[in-house]
Every structure is written in structure tokens, then in C-alpha cells.
Design a protein around this ligand. Structure first.
Ligand SMILES: NC(=O)c1ccc[n+]([C@@H]2O[C@H](COP(=O)([O-])OP(=O)(O)OC[C@H]3O[C@@H](n4cnc5c(N)ncnc54)[C@H](O)[C@@H]3O)[C@@H](O)[C@H]2O)c1
Length: 245
């Protein structure tokens, strides 16, 4: 499907400085959107042209500043992509009884609570004309990948939050959906998994190859745009047919 131009649209991408988020930024910016990146990390030198605001998504005051600055500059926010999460920084696989309380709380605070906080923050800017929110979940929420119980739980909660928000925000013409990527062959994945694990995931797919960020950015852009205006509360699995839902 050829998606329409993003010219004139304003898109916020949390976690857009690195990894998958940076590819999502490049996808929207390449199609003409004004993209604002909200991240704790700074974008790399080769990042797509976009505005950058240093934001911790667990801090309401950071998010308020981000939304105010974006609305001051562009007068609207059309889409929010919630990509920021603790993934690369999980610190390795651990049995569930070995995950500490602090680690559990930190992952839930960033991945789940932060996603909810970012959604809340954009509502004033979307309530007048509507908008599109896309949360990044993970297929781990469905297949229960061992070694990351806190991360898996945080992403399952993001999917529940997506449905709750879709019900509440539909009357305000705001759609809320999630994209659940499979294991992406990227730097973050290679920090956490050995090559054999990544190869085995590829082999289980109906399309038996590695998955790259470029495989999922089209789905994010579609759900973040007006062409998906009557789709809400859904989780779109993008994993080359590893899971059929
Ligand atoms: N890589 C994969 O295989 C995979 C698979 C499924 C889902 N995902 C999800 O895709 C998204 C991106 O993953 P990635 O592989 O690029 O991971 P990553 O860990 O490389 O990137 C996460 C980004 O979020 C930012 N971030 C973390 N905490 C933040 C905070 N408190 N405030 C603002 N920004 C914060 C980081 O600085 C980083 O830029 C995440 O939501 C991840 O859970 C990844």
C-alpha cells in the first residue's frame, strides 16, 4: 500500500533517538511530517532531520514542556508514537525469581507508566481535532519469552492500556492502537540474545528471515495516520508470521 504524504502533519515519537524509534522518525520525516523526537538519549549524527527534546517519559513536567513547545511551534499534534522503553538496558536475561523489586518497578515505570503518562500529556493537544496514538508493544507479551518476566508483563500491560484508552478516547476522535514487533535483528537484540536465539526466531516465521526495523515502520505509519481512522484498540503483530493471533 502506498501511504499518503505526511506533509503538514506533526508527529511525536518517544524513544526516537535510537534503534527502532529512529527508524520510525525517518519514516515519518521522509514522508514530509514535522517530527519531534522525545528521548533521554541524543540522536546520532546520522539521524533523520527532526526536532529533538530531551524528555524522560516518566516525568510529567518533561512531557508538559514537550507538548507546550510542540504546540507553540506547530500549533497541533496529529500523532504520538510511544516507542520509548527499557529494552536494551534490561541488563540480560534472568529467571523470574531473580528479578529484583527495583528492576521490576523500573521496567514497569518506564514501559507501562511512561506510556500512559505520554498519552495523557498529548490529550489537550488532540482533543480539539482528534489524533492517533500508536504504542509499541512486543510479541513477547503473547509468547511469554523466558528471561524477561518484567518486560513481558510491561508490554502485556501496554496492550491492555491500549484497549482501555481506545474506549475512552474514541468519542474524542482519538484512535489508540499498538504494534507488536517480533524479535528485531538490531543492536538492542544482540545485546540481550545470542546469535543462535535470533536465528531460531527467524526460522519459526512463515517468512523465515531476520526482521529489521524497516519491516515495521510502515505499520506504525499506517496506524498513526488518517487512513486507519476507524481502527482502534487493536494490536497489530508484525513478525513475518511467527505468531498467528
Ligand atoms: N528490538 C526488538 O527486538 C524489539 C521487539 C519488540 C518490541 N520492541 C520495542 O521497540 C521499542 C524500541 O526498541 P529498541 O530495540 O529500539 O530498544 P532500545 O532500548 O534501543 O531503545 C529504546 C529507546 O527508548 C529510550 N528511553 C528509555 N527510557 C526512556 C525514558 N524514561 N524517557 C525517554 N526515553 C527513554 C532510550 O533512550 C532509547 O532511545 C521498545 O518499546 C521495545 O520494547 C523491540
Amino acid at each position: 500500500m502506498t501511504l499518503p504524504s505526511e506533509a503538514g502533519r506533526v508527529v511525536l515519537v518517544t524513544g526516537g533517538a535510537t534503534g527502532i524509534g529512529a527508524e520510525i522518525v525517518a519514516e515519518f520525516a521522509g514522508a514530509g511530517a514535522d517530527v519531534v523526537v522525545a528521548d533521554l538519549a541524543e540522536p546520532g549524527a546520522d539521524a533523520a532531520k527532526a526536532e529533538y527534546v530531551r524528555v524522560d517519559i516518566t516525568r510529567d513536567d518533561d512531557l508538559r514542556g514537550l507538548v507546550e513547545a510542540t504546540v507553540d511551534r506547530h500549533s497541533r499534534i496529529d500523532a504520538l508514537v510511544n516507542c520509548a522503553a527499557m529494552y536494551k538496558t534490561l541488563g540480560g536475561k534472568r529467571a523470574l525469581e531473580e528479578i529484583g523489586l527495583d528492576d521490576w518497578d523500573r521496567v514497569m515505570r518506564v514501559n507501562t507508566r511512561g506510556t500512559w503518562q505520554a498519552m495523557k500529556a498529548v490529550l489537550p493537544a488532540m482533543s480539539e481535532h482528534g489524533g492517533h496514538i500508536v504504542n509499541i508493544s512486543s510479541t513477547t507479551a503473547r509468547n511469554g519469552s523466558p528471561g524477561f518476566a518484567h518486560y513481558v508483563a510491561s508490554k502485556a500491560a501496554v496492550e491492555g492500556l491500549t484497549r482501555a484508552a481506545a474506549r475512552e478516547l474514541g468519542p474524542r476522535k482519538i484512535t489508540v492502537n499498538a504494534v507488536a514487533p517480533g524479535l528485531v535483528d538490531d543492536e538492542a537484540t544482540r545485546v540481550l540474545n545470542d546469535a543462535a536465539y535470533v536465528a531460531a526466531a527467524s526460522g519459526r516465521r512463515a517468512i523465515p528471515r531476520s526482521m529489521y526495523p524497516s519491516d515495521l515502520v510502515g505499520a506504525v505509519r499506517f496506524l498513526g495516520g488518517p487512513g486507519a481512522g476507524f481502527i482502534t484498540g487493536q494490536v497489530l503483530v508484525v513478525d513475518g508470521g511467527g505468531l498467528f493471533t
